[in-house]
Design a protein around this ligand. Structure first.
Ligand code: PMP
Length: 324
């Protein structure tokens, strides 16, 4: 590939490279490929959803020049929304649980987003970050609520972007795809997009230990039993983005197993990633074992590990979380 120029910052979103992961491929006898979503300008997969949500609101006429974008987020969507907003001349108000990494908060402040931190609370509580963000949007003149969980412009970004890119990059030869769910936009959108190309592609949900979706897809029961320390994944309900997601099979991966892959990819392949990426790679290895040798599998590297230097990549933090 020659040197590439892009017309503006927003054109940097998407069209991410697909890398063959050597260790996971050698270990399973499959070819395991991963989308490098950390190469987006906001360093995560959520830039895609942010751009689609904002442009959808512009097209509908709900977001007008000088308007404000409000959302509740584990951080990455907020960073995506803030960078898209800056490039287009909007304000952002981001509501985030105070349990998320310091680096995400500092990045949001650097981007000029107004940051509202709330205590971690169950979805049923009115204090939950999603409900708080909806209220702030309702009370702020000229504001829209991005509503990333139930706004299906989110998954359209993956049907029209991520899935098309994976299909083209793998030259239509793909046997399986897996990733975890936060809003569910990635798994549902990529799943729907790939199934539209080839019904036979196996779509697997990889759920962090103790999250509710594994049981839902395995036996129709939504019940969360534990808490992963992975930021941005682990969903307790069927969001509008998850509705109709074509899930063929599901895996449950512990934080320790996910971190094992984060560590190996760092030490053996020079990739510094977050825990959701490690959990996705662990899921891809499970899917490879299920489908058998010689298969071609894709997954997602959701965000950069530089976002977790004070947490996942800090030995003292890992010791406190018993992550080895
Ligand atoms: N990993 C990280 C680090 C995230 O921030 C998110 C978004 N919440 C995801 C994975 C999951 O992506 P999605 O919302 O598309 O399910």
């Amino acid at each position: 590939m020659g040197m590439v120029t892009t017309p503006d910052t927003l054109a940097l979103i998407g069209n991410t490279p697909l890398v063959r992961l050597r260790g996971p491929s050698e270990e399973t006898g499959c070819d395991i490929f991963a989308k490098c979503e950390f190469t987006n300008p906001g360093a995560s997969v959520k830039d895609r959803a942010a751009l689609f949500i904002v442009e959808d609101a512009e097209e509908r006429g709900t977001l007008r020049p000088g308007g404000t974008i409000v959302d509740g987020t584990a951080g990455n969507t907020g960073i995506g929304l803030a960078l898209v907003a800056n490039a287009k001349g909007y304000r952002t108000i981001i509501v985030m649980p105070e349990t998320q990494s310091r680096e995400k908060m500092d990045t949001l402040r650097a981007l000029g987003a107004e940051l509202v931190l709330v205590p971690a609370a169950p979805y049923s509580s009115p204090c939950h970050f999603v409900h708080t963000s909806r209220r702030i949007a309702e009370e702020t003149p000229g504001a829209i609520w991005a509503d990333q969980f139930d706004n299906t412009a989110n998954r359209r970004a993956h049907i029209m972007g991520t899935a098309e890119e994976i299909w083209a990059q793998m030259e239509g030869r793909i046997d399986g795809f897996t990733c975890a769910a936060g809003t569910g936009g990635t798994i549902a959108g990529v799943g729907l997009g790939l199934k539209a190309k080839d019904e036979g592609v196996c779509i697997a949900l990889t759920d962090p230990d103790g999250a509710a979706l594994y049981d839902y897809y395995a036996h129709g029961e939504l019940k969360a039993t534990g808490s992963s320390v992975a930021e941005g994944i682990g969903q307790g309900r069927i969001t509008a983005n998850l509705e109709g997601a074509p899930i063929d099979t599901q895996f449950r991966v512990s934080d320790v197993e996910g971190y094992g892959w984060v560590r190996r990819l760092l030490d053996e392949e020079g990739l510094c990633l977050g825990l959701s990426s490690g959990i996705n790679v662990a899921g891809a290895v499970r899917l490879a074992r299920q489908l058998g040798p010689g298969k071609r599998i894709a997954t997602i590297l959701c965000d950069t590990g530089f976002r977790y230097l004070s947490t996942l990549h800090d030995p003292a933090w890992r010791a406190a979380k018993r992550l080895g």
